[in-house]
Ligand binder design. Structure first.
Ligand SMILES: [Zn+2]
Length: 268
């Protein structure tokens, strides 16, 4: 099968992971900017990270024949420091014309704090002013429903943003409808310790349809599975789905959303 991995933190992964993904049929990998597992001490840490996402990592990926794309932002966890967050946001336009950049992400909320909300608003403004796609991280567990509603409402209220150019990631059973009803896309994250398992993700797909949903592994520096997406495809096949629907969910859907950015050029 062919698939696109729409959300993976490859800077934390090994070359063996690249190799396995390509062998499994991966045609492109997309890497949102996120927390590194530690807080950066200054804006220079983000400068280096953005260089890694837009220069070094695409070159490393290309050694395996895998096109690599990235999203840029300061993640919600580090957005608590407004001074640092604003320094990072001010630097992002300098990177937006790099050829593998897809848009602004993964922005969003972590603890639903006031400062996180302020910086989310400033990221959305940055995306609107520069006509960028938006990729959103939603909070975990008890903060998820409230956080998802806050994020969707904030973006919906900005008339400059087309909801079809926004993807809300880490949706679950209790948040997916709010995202779908807003006309946005949803991401089902297949992550072992929190978030969704394959059977749950497929149940959600069965309940809400396969039109504006994709699946991703969100593999990073923690316990995570770089092949979670093809494993979910295998689970769908076990349930009796044919190649056409697998191709739609795992290749055509991410292709359709991401192709709204002209930098995203992938051959099947
Ligand atoms: Zn992520």
């Amino acid at each position: 099968m062919r698939y696109i991995e729409p959300h993976a933190h490859m800077v934390s992964r090994t070359t063996d992971d690249y190799q396995s993904m390509v062998v499994a049929g991966c045609k492109a990998v997309c890497e949102p900017a996120f927390w590194a597992g530690f807080d950066r001490s200054s804006v220079n840490g983000f400068y280096d990270y953005f260089c890694q996402l837009t220069d070094y990592e695409p070159k490393r990926s290309a050694k395996f024949g895998l096109p690599h794309f990235s999203w840029l932002c300061i993640n919600p966890k580090e957005s608590e420091d407004l001074v640092l967050a604003r320094e990072v946001i001010a630097m992002i336009p300098d990177f937006l014309d790099r050829e593998n950049v897809l848009g602004i992400g993964e922005i969003g909320l972590n603890k639903n704090s006031r400062n996180e909300h302020t910086i989310l608003e400033e990221h959305v403004n940055l995306a609107a002013e520069n006509n960028q796609l938006i990729l959103v991280h939603t909070p975990h567990l008890e903060d998820k429903l409230k956080g998802t509603k806050l994020i969707v409402d904030l973006i919906k209220n900005d008339s400059r943003i087309d909801p079809g150019r926004v993807l809300i990631d880490h949706v679950e059973e209790h948040t997916v409808k709010y995202v779908m009803d807003a006309g946005m896309w949803g991401g089902l994250t297949l992550y072992p310790e929190s978030k969704c398992t394959s059977p749950r993700a497929i149940d959600i797909l069965e309940a809400y349809g396969a039109d504006r949903l994709w699946m991703n592994s969100a593999c990073d520096w923690g316990v995570s599975v770089p092949l979670a997406v093809p494993y979910a495809a295998q689970e769908m096949r076990r349930r009796g789905y044919d190649d056409d629907i697998l191709d739609k969910v795992f290749f055509q859907n991410p292709m359709k959303f991401l192709s709204q950015c002209e930098n995203f050029t992938v051959r099947g």
